[in-house]
Design a protein around this ligand. Structure first.
Ligand SMILES: [Zn+2]
Length: 161
């Protein structure tokens, strides 16, 4: 059978799905030698650990917005959270939720907010931040018109697979 001929569209979809898994496993490496967060996972750099399980780690940010500001990371090295496969993404967000509850209980902020920037360390991390008012992480630098908002939403809808 010629490799590029498919007997059904289902067969083709299965191949595409397999390729996606291969791509994501290629992106996800166990650790990166120069990565600060991989070193924290390995215990080579100290951190104030808040929670740890087989796949995720939560520790205090050393430059917190507020007291209790925690970073939650996957133990495997991936640059962006959207590089994680769905299973590891779900595990990461489960820890984010548990840490948020712990912050709410222990720190008693007005709200607990999430932030992902990704400029500082090239290893996926979610900031879990106790918030006392909107200005704590507010940064409005772009004021779009209604038309711009509509165009952007349209472009994003096209990009969702
Ligand atoms: Zn890393």
């Amino acid at each position: 059978m010629p490799w590029a001929r498919f007997e059904s569209s289902k067969q083709f979809e299965q191949l595409v799905s397999t390729l996606r898994v291969l791509k994501s496993s290629h992106t996800m490496t166990k650790s990166s030698p120069e990565c600060i967060f991989c070193k924290i996972v390995a215990g080579q750099i100290p951190s104030q650990k808040v929670f740890e399980d087989a796949d995720t780690l939560a520790f205090l940010d050393i430059k917190p917005v507020n007291n209790g500001h925690t970073l939650v990371i996957p133990k495997i090295h991936v640059p962006y959270f959207y590089d994680l496969d769905n299973k590891n993404y779900a595990k990461l967000m489960q820890t984010v939720k548990n840490v948020s509850r712990a912050i709410e209980h222990a720190v008693k902020p007005a709200k607990v907010g999430l932030l992902v920037k990704g400029f500082d360390v090239d290893h996926a991390h979610i900031h879990v931040i106790p918030l006392n008012n909107n200005a704590d992480i507010q940064a409005t630098t772009f004021s779009p018109t209604d038309k711009q908002l509509a165009e952007t939403a349209e472009n994003l809808r096209k990009g969702i697979k």
